[in-house]
Design a protein around this ligand. Structure first.
Ligand SMILES: *Cc1c(COP(=O)(O)O)cnc(C)c1O
Length: 355
């Protein structure tokens, strides 16, 4: 069998969730959209269900997968519903939904509900993606609050630049939020992972941590964190071939690496079709038999090549860690000029196991 595999540390996931909730100071929805950022939404939800205040996903399809696998905790649809026909299912499955547009308010007004639907009314405080404008927000709040089939549970907003610790935009967005909702009843929800980690002065009743649950930092690599995060996804494979190159000989597509001196090259069963960054430069950190070394040559679809010159005991069968403890997903992502979000979400083809 191909030796590429990923193992998911569910204790680390629970640890990180506790850290996130503690930082938020209130309740916390575990964001498990996009198959829990590549970690497996059902297994992650099962691992967290006993202690999580609820879950958040991007769409009803993701929520249905969780309900079908027996998850009974609250589930919030972060992007709300895409068409009015979803409301019947939202009601039947007991989902919570974000509402970010006037047409959604009108659809709820026309929905003949038996049980009230919990709504998270979303305010655009400056991200300018989803959300009602401050001018429209209070009218929408009043209209929804008057509907017996709706319960406005939470007022929410989302930060555009919370990962930039020196940027005042986050506090400005928080001010717009506070001014707009002044005096309105309902809980509040603002913080994603970067806000939880870098903006302790900005808090609400409900946090919405995503990336930090998986042990990766959304802040620049090296920025101090207020809590310890543990990596959850560990991606491994093995060396499947070894060869010695003389000075002047190239390796792989495009001869992107040419040996300056004799080099011992290991071929690893892992490529960009598995989600490893295709454009990892020469020198990208990778772990072989517990020691750090470097990627050399271009990453191909199913394989990549590493420098084993200083690891004389490494050979065919040697254990390789692509990301996990070291390099961390955040460090690998930085080397490859992708985000840790994209790296984790991009895991493909590699079988996952859970511990
Ligand atoms: C994805 C998402 C989150 C989680 O963001 P992280 O940066 O991964 O913590 C929170 N809120 C909303 C609205 C989202 O779409």
């Amino acid at each position: 069998m191909r030796p590429a595999r990923a193992w998911i540390d569910l204790d680390a996931l629970r640890h990180n969730y506790r850290q996130a909730r503690q930082l938020g100071g209130g309740r916390a929805l575990a964001v498990i959209k996009a198959d829990a950022y590549g970690h497996g939404a059902v297994r992650c939800a099962q691992a967290l269900e006993a202690e999580a205040d609820g879950f958040a996903v991007a769409c009803i399809e993701e929520a249905m997968e969780l309900r079908e696998s027996g998850i009974r905790a609250p589930i919030l649809l972060l992007e709300g519903f895409f068409e009015p026909e979803e409301l019947a299912l939202i009601e039947r499955l007991g989902l919570w939904t974000a509402v970010a547009s006037d047409w959604q308010v009108e659809a709820l007004a026309r929905h003949p509900g038996a049980a009230p639907i919990n709504v998270w009314l979303k305010l655009d405080t400056g991200m300018h993606r989803l959300g009602l404008s401050p001018a429209a927000f209070r009218a929408a709040h009043a209209r929804l609050s008057a509907l017996p089939q709706v319960r406005v549970q939470v007022m929410m907003s989302h930060f555009a630049r919370a990962d930039e610790t020196g940027c005042q935009r986050t506090t400005e967005q928080a001010q717009v939020f506070a001014q707009t909702i002044a005096g309105l009843p309902g809980d509040t929800s603002l913080s994603n992972s970067p806000a939880l980690l870098a903006w302790p002065q900005v808090r609400g009743h409900w946090a919405r941590p995503g990336l930090m649950l998986y042990g990766a930092t959304p802040l620049p690599v090296g920025a101090a964190l207020p809590v310890e995060l543990k990596p959850v996804m560990h991606v491994h494979s093995r060396v499947i071939a070894v060869r010695d190159l003389a000075a002047g000989e190239p390796v792989g597509y495009g001869a992107r690496f040419v040996a300056q001196a004799p080099v011992r090259v290991g071929v690893v069963a892992m490529g960009y079709a598995d989600g490893y960054p295709q454009f990892a430069p020469n020198g990208t950190p990778i772990q072989v038999d517990g020691a750090m070394t470097r990627v050399i040559g271009r990453v191909s679809m199913d394989m990549l090549t590493v420098d084993l010159t200083d690891l004389p005991n490494a050979g065919v069968g040697s254990e390789v860690q692509l990301w996990g403890d070291a390099p961390s997903a955040s460090v690998l992502a930085q080397h490859c000029q992708v985000s840790a979000y994209q790296l984790l979400c991009g895991l493909k083809r590699v079988p996952r196991s859970y511990r």
